[in-house]
Ligand binder design. Sequence first.
Ligand SMILES: NC(=O)c1ccc[n+]([C@@H]2O[C@H](COP(=O)([O-])OP(=O)(O)OC[C@H]3O[C@@H](n4cnc5c(N)ncnc54)[C@H](OP(=O)(O)O)[C@@H]3O)[C@@H](O)[C@H]2O)c1
Length: 270
Amino acid sequence: MIIGFTDKVFLITGSAQGLGRELAKIALASGAKVVINSRSTAKEPEVSELFKVHKGNFSFCAADITKATDAQRLVEHTIQQFGKLDVLINNGGMSAFGDLSATSPEVIEQILDSNLKGSLFMSHFAIPHLAKTKGSIEFISSLAAIHGIGGYSLYSASKMAYLGAAQSLRKELKSANIHVGTMFLGFTKNDPTKVTYSPTGSLEIVPVRKGLPVSTQTESATLILKQIKNRKPIVVHSAFGKLTYVVNRIAPRIIHAVLLNQYRKQNPDN
Ligand SMILES: NC(=O)c1ccc[n+]([C@@H]2O[C@H](COP(=O)([O-])OP(=O)(O)OC[C@H]3O[C@@H](n4cnc5c(N)ncnc54)[C@H](OP(=O)(O)O)[C@@H]3O)[C@@H](O)[C@H]2O)c1
């Protein structure tokens, strides 16, 4: 037992690959039952093979969280399969790069739909069930949400919005005793197949991060699951993230100057 989630029921969006799959793996090894989600059934055979030792404790559900009907069906699937819901992890989402002025309206819609609208749809449909179990909603935000990063306005905006939602939900759900957590996650090793939106809407493979401190998926997933276990409202990943978070609270102009310098180096013509 890694963390101790015996018989807890998890619903993890975007959990057929990357960090979500690792969250599912550790939750299952910790005694939980897990609903695995992807937009299609393409990854179901691979996931079923990977988790075969946990047969009966996981269930795959294809659903696109940008659609309210799919989000509702995903929550209903969880209740039908396991009878309750203890933890919703809003992990599924997409990233994008490029200045907002160069980004197509379709990409703007896609990022806000998958990252923000999708997480709000999921939370909306999960709340009545989480109230019965005094459960948790966890938002997987990013260090890019501590202070807006130049060249990533769309991604920063979508991930920063989680904090507003989480702060409001902590008031709305206080009497129901539902824990609401936000994880400001830093660089984590990506699957080699991970893609990101270019400003024009093409999907590009995320390059391997060289020369930067990167956590393993196991380290990041463990940190998130410990936050849920300990019902902490906010956790910031890594020493670098914690320093950025504190300095940004005391003197945001310093972080602005550092990030502006970085943006100008990467965009010398701007
Ligand atoms: N990796 C990092 O360094 C890092 C840092 C900070 C924050 N994060 C956040 O951590 C989360 C996971 O990141 P990752 O690196 O594991 O990314 P990833 O490999 O790209 O996985 C993202 C997952 O989201 C799912 N998804 C996307 N749109 C969806 C939709 N409309 N409906 C349902 N699922 C959808 C994808 O499902 P499909 O199976 O359908 O493709 C995929 O499984 C993301 O929210 C990301 O922003 C990551």
